[in-house]
Each structure stands twice: as C-alpha cells, then as structure tokens.
Design a protein around this ligand. Sequence first.
Ligand SMILES: [Zn+2]
Length: 174
Amino acid sequence: MTRFVPLAASAFLVLSGPSVAQDNSEIRYIKAIFAQIQPLSFRDNVEYCGYIGFDANDNYVASRIIRGKTDECAPEWPDNFEPFASFHTHAGFDHEAYSEVPSVTDMESDEDEGVDGWVATPGGRLWFIDTNDMIATQICGIGCLDKDPKFVRGAQGPIGVSYTYRELQRYEQE
Ligand SMILES: [Zn+2]
C-alpha cells in the first residue's frame, strides 16, 4: 500500500527508495476531491468528509462524501475498500473558529480509526495528519486549495508549518 510521507521527509525518501511520484499522486487526488467540496463547504458553511483508499486495481478511490455540520462531520466507513486516510473540510471562514489548523479531535479520531487524515481550511491550506508520528504538517499554504472569499489572513494568529499532538493541544488552549 502506498503511504503518503510529508514533504519534510522527502530528502529521506529519495535515499530510502519509495516513490515520491506516488506521494505526489495522492496529493493530486486529494486536491481534486477538495476542488469539488471546498466551494460547497463555504457556500453552506458546513464540513464535508469521507475516506480515501485503493480499489482492487490499486487506483485511488473515495467513499461517499458526507455533508456534516459547521464544526463536525462523521464520514461513512466504506465496505468496498480499506481506507488509509480520512479527509474533511473546515466549513466557511469564522473569526471565532480555529479552523486553519487541524483539531486535536481530528488527530484523535484518525488515530482511533487507524488512518491518516487530510484537512482543507477556509484559507485554502492543505494539511496532512500522520497518525503514526502524531504530527500534522501543512502541505501547502493559503490559496493552495479554494479559499473562502470571506477568509481574512492572519485572523487566527500565526499558523505553523507543523504541529505535534501536544502542540495542537497547546494551540487550542491559547
Ligand atoms: Zn477538523
């Protein structure tokens, strides 16, 4: 099974052999999914979510996309493939919400289910949650994905490039 490794580890990847091209293909696939659901997420101010994995022919496949609520979304575990990652959007921009970073709950629920996670933010940031190392890494920044026209840069303070589980806990307590 191809697993995505955050870009920060790419130097190691080149030395150890796994295909960087495959990692890029996972990013392309998840970007294509978010291209469909980011606009809906902003329009309705709700999260959309699902799972991705490989089908029997090793092609990327996504589960049925679920429309959640403003601050939650429960994806449906598929019965036709074994997911390796969840994905979800963070609804529309909200001055009161810390939605530019994955939540502690995001990381915990992915870990509980034994998957990694992809998160899209109102600012158009793309995050990868690695539940082996319990670290969330910003794969690309503001405007990398569609962003909410209402998004205000910097409204939630400085956003780091990556957060460990403990750092996410601290971030939410600020
Ligand atoms: Zn989330």
